[in-house]
Design a protein around this ligand. Sequence first.
Ligand code: FRU
Length: 617
Amino acid sequence: MRKSLMAAALAAACIVLTACGSRGTITVESEGEGSDLLRIARPAKYLLLPVEEACGEKRVTLVTGKPTDVAMDVRLAHDTVDYFVPFELPEGAEEAVVRVEGVAPDALFWERVALSDRFDRSNTDYYRPRYHHTPEYGWMNDPNGLVYKDGEYHLYYQYNPYGSKWGNMHWGHSVSRDLVHWEPLPPAIARDTMGQIFSGSAVVDENNDAGFGEDALIAFYTSAGSRQVQCMAYSTDNGRTFTKYEGNPVLTPFDGLRDFRDPKVFRYGPAQKWYMVVSAFREVRLYSSDDMKRWEYVGAFGDGYGAQPSMFECPDFVELPVDGDAGNRKWVMIANVNPGCMFGGSATEYFVGDFDGRNFVCESAPETAKWLDYGKDHYAAVCFSNTDRRTIAVPWMSNWQYANDIPTMHHRGANALPRELSLYTKDGETYVAADVVEEVRLLRGRSRQAGDMPVDGERMLPDLAEGFDGAFEIEMDVTPCSACRVGMELCNDAGEKAEIYLDMKAGRLVMDRTESGVVSFGRRSEEYADAAPDAPGPMDYVNDFALATWAPLSLCEGGTYHLDIFVDRCSVEIFVDGGRIAMTNLVFPTKPYGAVRLFAEGGAARFSDVTAYELKL
Ligand code: FRU
């Protein structure tokens, strides 16, 4: 059927392929050399493109004849259809023309491509989080352009609207009034002829310094084409739509550096200027500007500091009070690093120090590495602009080692819960605590209390989170007393478990997901073995995903530990003692966890105020 259709198409060089949906007919016209034009009369709203994830990318272009026409890369189906993606057609046009390149004559694409005024966005993923932010469909990575304006938090993000694997970088968009209920909006900035729209930031231009209007929202992103350059776009409708600045790019690297991206712009009060931090391979470069269009190089930080297995990405630079003392403030340089971090792949590092408008002086020894989160699925964390006294970071909850392979289809990628950052001192060092924002309490529904109990050996709480549909919070205080290993397992009746425990001998908080559910999509990479050659017991991993992560308990005061644990369909986030330790890990249990097994080995421990809350939007 497919072959004969296409054979006929080739013979006649033109054939009516299909007539689907409420409007439109598609006529295929071969341009030769594997390029075909789909001529669509009276187009419906969407051309529904069938996608097969295992296929290579093919180019799909809406042909308008203008120089702005840009091809999108879509894994058009050959043998099977995993899902459809909507390709928007011009509204009210007499005809729309779409070019597809490289689709074989016998590809299933020809049978299944369709026209429709509707695209079904209902979730088909078992693992779609219940209360974490996700795109409605398609791929998501880094949060971008985080900014608060007129009561709304804007969360733009690295988005592929044409498939659930990385590609076609746009800025997707969601807004929220409380950081937990997110409303999806259409993508705000689309891939263009200069390149993909990579990560960046947004500010509110209160004084019209850039000349796009008072209170304009100005976005900065990296245009990634044959080189990486910084561009700006502005919005005068509260971030719904953006106009790209005609003078783009506004910043190119002075030395032709290839990896030069992810601009974060902020207002630096003492100099009365705008500043930008940009990742520049193994360092972060600083620039300043009066109008955000002309940027002057100020300096750089990073080379030789902290753990530097590879380049810094998505930098941020924020000032915070130390131990809550507004009169004693320090600067924190956030640098996301990939690959080669402590558990393999991606993680978020930070540096604390002083900044005088020119130089950032890190207060720790260069070899000191501090981490914002000790899980394996916390990356590209950056902070909101314009939130006054609060500093709120949002991470992407995945790891480049396997982000494209996690067992979802309809969407791929979620954000971890927003965290409020603060500084505390411990043993002569200043650390960032990253605690979940208080707004998550709005999600609490039914609760179950298990109260206080000593545990010597084990104690099953079979119903603690039963019926909460795999979306809940567990809070408790744990006093290890004489136990040497004390903690809990989140379990289901498929025999799967996520283990969270304090290893008092090693002085570690550990989360072990080796038996947490589906782990087989992880690959065993050499990188992990190199990064942690003497990985201890709990690191007895079988692949990049099936492993344990750990954090030093020395970050806490000790004695009693307060654990606040957030479980969703495919994630576990642990916050100890108000975020002194944060640990974010994906898990894919085949049935929701509902039971909890508390345990204490080598002595008795005390668990107090053990409570589970159902979490619901
Ligand atoms: C980080 C990153 C950024 C880049 C973006 C591309 O995850 O590699 O450096 O801008 O993703 O999607």
